[in-house]
Design a protein around this ligand. Structure first.
Ligand SMILES: [Fe+2]
Length: 256
């Protein structure tokens, strides 16, 4: 597995508090077949710690050093989970240059759990952005929506997931949803989404070593059962590998 959503960096968000817990998470991941992790701390409006790309890179370098010293061969990649409280172009403008997934054109974003914001439909040219770099790069960026199965309106109707995907967002489901980590309702929504082809990626969204173990063991087992080996492989390994190469993703419908 290549895990493109994991709160493994210490003292930046609600993930591990100290670097020893980060090392414990890396050990669990490596022991359960994870070859690479994108470290994706939350970037929120109101946060005790200011999390920006420079700070994430600093924490990444520190943890890489520790993993090397511990003899852990796990690859650690750049990332962040941006809370989408503005439309995507404005989010990009505010945080430019973003901590995109492994520095590629894919950017992980999360939405409020209770409602889908009205500004999901966006046009890079309507939003009055003047920075030249931004205007050039924005159309190339691909937002990846974290855990859509946890959003109330998606649970209510899968048409909302279809609509989000049709607007150009990719859908990254949580492996923990298949393990029942967020309850039976969310597990059911996640399973229905996979069966309907409404998933592009699956990631751990791990926050601690103990929950990560359960997510990886139970989540993978259930996902394989629901989706079949080939589709599970596409979501957990092949599409994440394409993200790292900056390539377009394969959809579940094309995966026989
Ligand atoms: Fe997350």
């Amino acid at each position: 597995m290549i895990d493109l959503h994991c709160h493994i960096l210490a003292a930046l968000d609600d993930g591990p508090k100290v670097i020893e817990e980060s090392v414990a998470m890396a050990r669990v991941a490596a022991e359960h077949g994870v070859s690479a992790i994108a470290a994706t701390p939350h970037v929120l409006e109101s946060q005790a710690v200011t999390v920006n790309r420079a700070r994430i890179e600093q924490a990444l370098a520190q943890l890489r050093e520790r993993l090397r010293a511990e003899g852990l061969g796990l690859e650690l990649l750049l990332g962040a989970e941006y809370f989408l409280s503005l439309d995507f172009p404005h989010l990009v403008a505010k945080h430019f240059p973003l901590a995109s997934l492994a520095g590629t054109r894919y950017v992980l974003v999360e939405l409020p759990l209770t409602h889908l914001p009205p500004f999901l439909e966006y046009s890079s040219f309507k939003s009055g952005l003047h920075d030249e770099n931004l205007v050039r790069e924005l159309p190339l960026l691909r937002p990846v929506i974290a855990h859509p199965e946890r959003y109330l309106e998606v649970a209510r109707s899968l048409q909302n997931a279809e609509r989000i995907r049709a607007l150009g967002y990719l859908l990254q489901l949580n492996l923990g949803s298949f393990a029942g980590l967020y309850g039976r309702g969310i597990r059911k929504t996640a399973e229905k989404m996979v069966k309907a082809g409404l998933a592009d990626l699956v990631a751990s969204d791990g926050h601690s070593a103990s929950s990560l173990k359960e997510i990886l063991v139970e989540g993978t087992k259930r996902l394989r059962k629901v989706a079949g080996e080939k589709k599970a492989q596409l979501l957990l390994q092949e599409n994440p590998a394409r993200v790292l190469k900056g390539q377009a993703l394969e959809s579940l419908e094309d995966c026989a």
